[in-house]
Write a protein that binds this ligand. Structure first.
Ligand SMILES: Cc1cc2nc3c(=O)[nH]c(=O)nc-3n(C[C@H](O)[C@H](O)[C@H](O)COP(=O)(O)O)c2cc1C
Length: 156
């Protein structure tokens, strides 16, 4: 993944250097500008066994602010926000690999440096008894739940 570029960012930003699970690194730039997911809108994506994005819907594209061709083939951690603890995702991967549904609150990073909160569900796609990939559906969540998640994530 390429580092985020100052030209793509709207507003004042901070920098963070990520070291991802797969050993790669990326500089991300983030602002405190929030975008709200409209009520009733669902952000959907599919991933292969490693979490590489294989398909996204229009809401995913709009909320992430990337073009579709910048998303397909990239790992889902392209959306990872510095405020999200690694532990939250460790739990996600453990659950879905055991074929259990995972639910959680996620703060995602946009291409323009802004963020959006969602309530996410991730499931394994199973065909002929084998996991063939994963699907995530994300919806809008309440301010109360966001505040609770923020407080909880700061302790992890
Ligand atoms: C179907 C699916 C959807 C995911 N959606 C997101 C997401 O919206 N935001 C995010 O930060 N990570 C998402 N992840 C988790 C990432 O794969 C990754 O574990 C996470 O961003 C942490 O990155 P790292 O473990 O590489 O450091 C998703 C994983 C799967 C399987």
């Amino acid at each position: 993944m390429k580092d985020m570029m100052p030209d793509d960012i709207s507003g004042e930003y901070q920098e963070h250097m990520f070291s991802y699970h797969d050993g790669t690194h990326r500089k991300v730039l983030f602002t405190n500008i929030e975008t709200q997911l409209p009520e009733g809108s669902l952000i959907v994506s599919r991933a292969d066994l490693r979490g590489i994005i294989t398909d996204v819907n229009q809401s995913f594209i709009e909320m992430s602010a990337y073009h579709k061709d910048e998303l397909i083939g990239q790992p889902h951690c392209i959306l990872r926000h510095p405020d999200m603890p690694a532990a939250a995702f460790g739990d996600l991967w453990k659950m879905v690999q055991q074929r259990n549904k995972w639910h959680g609150y996620v703060k995602n990073l946009r291409k323009d440096g802004g963020f959006y909160w969602v309530y996410a569900t991730v499931i394994a796609n199973i065909r002929n008894g084998d996991i063939t990939g994963f699907t995530s559906v994300r919806r809008r969540t309440s301010r109360t739940k966001i505040n609770e998640a923020e407080t909880h994530y700061q302790t992890l």
